[in-house]
Ligand binder design. Structure first.
Ligand code: MFK
Length: 546
């Protein structure tokens, strides 16, 4: 028999993930750490099973049937197995409920679950993120009626009572610029608000509720005139007739996720708060879903590296395993160092979110969270594509073949840079955060994270780069177009500085526990450079686009 190559084997996503284990050991009190173990172990088992199942079955997409045989409109969506298992997995392992528990560690404990569940869930985590965001925005609104009505469902630990919520913002006229929203909210004779319009990307159409932006009839143009509404989609077992599914999207990736185009034709709706400033009211939701986006992006990196590293031990070329080939080993180590930085930043956002929500954060940390959330989202979104691309190249031609399961990693990763705001939209959002005291908060935080660090080269590189970023901001603060043109470079620079300082904190802790690997990751990460600042040249840009 001719040579047959062994397939890569997925190491246990929880028990084999030294980063997650070390983070939880460092950050959590012993009793909380121990209580978390059973859920994480089970989610890791599920992830391993789901990977084997995906490798052994032909992939399917959800199917929309709009009409039954007798001409009735039914809009029935048949879901893939992981989606059918989603409510049970979510509630059994308290994926959402954990994040709203009464503890400063609640969000960290939630996002550890999300990290393990995400890929196995086949992006069921997308509507989960929106449900989590909806719970957060409704709580922030202080609307007692909606809090009592919706949160017990969104945070349920029982699949029979669990509800998913969507986030209906995007319309044909605006994905980024939602201030153009055309959906109208009209009050009927009984005082009931009803929504009329078309939503262009609805990823939780199988859910039971949604938060939707709409323009109350007669209010003006622009974002400030929008209001935020809560809607329910079901009437008992049937989808409400005022919600019409036009079609499912045919997407590059996330193909198990039934993303729909929908029409609202008088769907009953309830305002969360005042009938204006809907974008401000939906912001708590956006910041939560952007945190999910960052954690899910690092989950994709972890999966790609997990498989590429396993394969490097199984595959021989030119007389030895790939892992013993100096250039291949160098490539894998570079991926590992970038991943460790991204992991540290994404999970810091998660932990910080819980501490800010719980009221135990230091005074500067609310501004820090406001800045780190877009930074983590935009940087991890881009890095996930790079890492997944490089990792599938580590398999040579096999990485390009569908039924290895590897191309899907890259196709799916592309969504992280687009969902919840593109890299540029998030870079501009980081300018909003910097207009407050974001940079001061970041500098203070980095100083704290560097305490106990003994890598003087790394510490000096971080400080010098933060100084350069501060000078860049001062220099361009008054020239809005220049500031915006350079916003992406600034955001990447700040994200890399934060990640390096967080790696230094982890390296100091791990060093005391006998593990030198985080210190090695820090050296390599800083070696790749922190400064990504650019000096925008408007004349040059105009010539190139002319
Ligand atoms: C598995 C992974 C999980 C991921 C789940 C993915 C689900 C994906 C499905 C989707 O729905 S994707 C679509 C997501 N769409 C977006 O994310 C919209 C992208 N566009 C933006 O984020 C724009 O920046 C934005 C719409 C917010 C701009 O709108 P405006 O109206 O031009 O904003 P403006 O006037 O600057 O801000 C309005 C208010 O909101 C201001 O407050 P004030 O009214 O008090 O002045 C802002 O400060 C505030 N604001 C804006 N962004 C904020 C924020 N506040 C806090 N945090 C933010 N991020």
């Amino acid at each position: 028999m001719a040579f047959l190559q062994d397939a890569p084997q997925l190491a246990h996503p929880y028990r084999g993930d030294r980063l997650l284990l070390a983070l939880l050991d460092r950050a959590l009190p012993a009793e909380r750490r121990a209580a978390l173990d059973a859920d994480l172990d089970a989610l890791g088992d599920y992830a391993q099973m789901a990977w084997q199942r995906a490798c052994a079955t032909t992939r399917r997409k959800p199917v929309l049937t709009q009409w039954d045989a007798w001409g009735r409109r039914v809009d029935r969506i048949e879901l893939t197995p992981a989606w059918q298992e989603g409510a049970a997995m979510t509630t059994q392992h308290a994926v959402l409920a954990a994040g709203h528990a009464d503890s400063e560690h609640a969000r960290l404990e939630e996002f550890a679950r999300v990290y393990l569940y995400h890929l196995a869930s086949e992006f069921y985590t997308c509507p989960l993120a929106m449900t989590d965001g909806a719970a957060t925005a409704i709580r922030a609104s202080g609307n007692r009626g909606l809090i009592e009505r919706a949160l017990p469902h969104f945070l349920s630990r029982d699949p029979a009572t669990f509800w998913l919520s969507g986030q209906w913002m995007t319309e044909n006229v605006g994905g980024s610029d939602v201030g153009n929203t055309e959906t109208i909210a009209r009050q009927d004779a009984d005082g009931q608000w009803r929504l009329y319009g078309r939503k262009w990307f609805s990823s939780a159409v199988v859910g039971e509720a949604a938060l939707a932006l709409a323009r109350p009839e007669g209010s003006g143009h622009g974002g400030a005139a929008l209001a935020l509404f809560y809607v329910e989609t079901m009437d008992g077992e049937r989808r409400r007739p005022e919600l019409v599914i036009d079609r499912l999207k045919d997407k590059l990736g996330t193909q198990e996720l039934p993303t729909a185009e929908i029409h609202l034709d008088g769907l009953p709706a309830w305002p969360l708060g005042e009938l204006a400033h809907g974008v401000r009211q939906v912001a708590p939701m956006l910041n939560v879903t952007r945190s999910w986006n960052a954690i899910c992006a690092v989950a994709s990196m972890a999966r790609a590296i997990n498989l590429a590293r396993d394969f490097a031990g199984r595959r021989r070329a030119f007389g030895r395993p790939l892992v013993e080939q100096p250039l291949h080993a160098q490539t894998l180590a570079d991926l590992q160092a970038q991943f460790e930085g991204a992991f540290a930043l994404a999970f810091e956002v998660a932990h910080l979110l819980g501490r800010v929500e719980h009221g135990t954060a230091a005074p500067h940390e609310a501004a820090l969270l406001r800045l780190l959330t877009p930074l983590a989202k935009l940087w991890t979104g881009k890095l996930a594509v790079q890492i997944c691309s490089e990792a599938i190249e580590c398999f040579g031609g096999a990485g390009y073949i569908e039924d290895t399961g590897l191309p899907q990693l890259l196709r799916d990763a592309q969504v992280y840079a687009i969902w919840e705001g593109t890299t540029n939209v998030l870079s501009l959002d980081s300018l909003r955060a910097l207009a407050g005291d974001g940079l001061g908060a970041l500098r203070m935080a980095c100083a704290g994270w560097l305490e106990g660090n003994d890598d003087m080269h790394a510490a000096s590189a971080i400080r010098q780069t933060l100084d350069a970023a501060a000078r860049w901001l001062d220099q361009h603060a008054a020239a809005r177009d220049t500031l915006e043109a350079g916003a992406r470079g600034l955001a990447f620079t700040l994200a890399r500085c934060a990640a390096a300082a967080l790696l230094a904190r982890q390296a100091a802790w791990s060093g005391r526990h006998g593990d030198p690997r985080p210190a090695a990751a820090l050296r390599r990460f800083v070696g790749h450079g922190l400064d990504r600042l650019v000096t925008p040249d408007a004349d040059n840009t105009a010539l190139l686009l002319g």
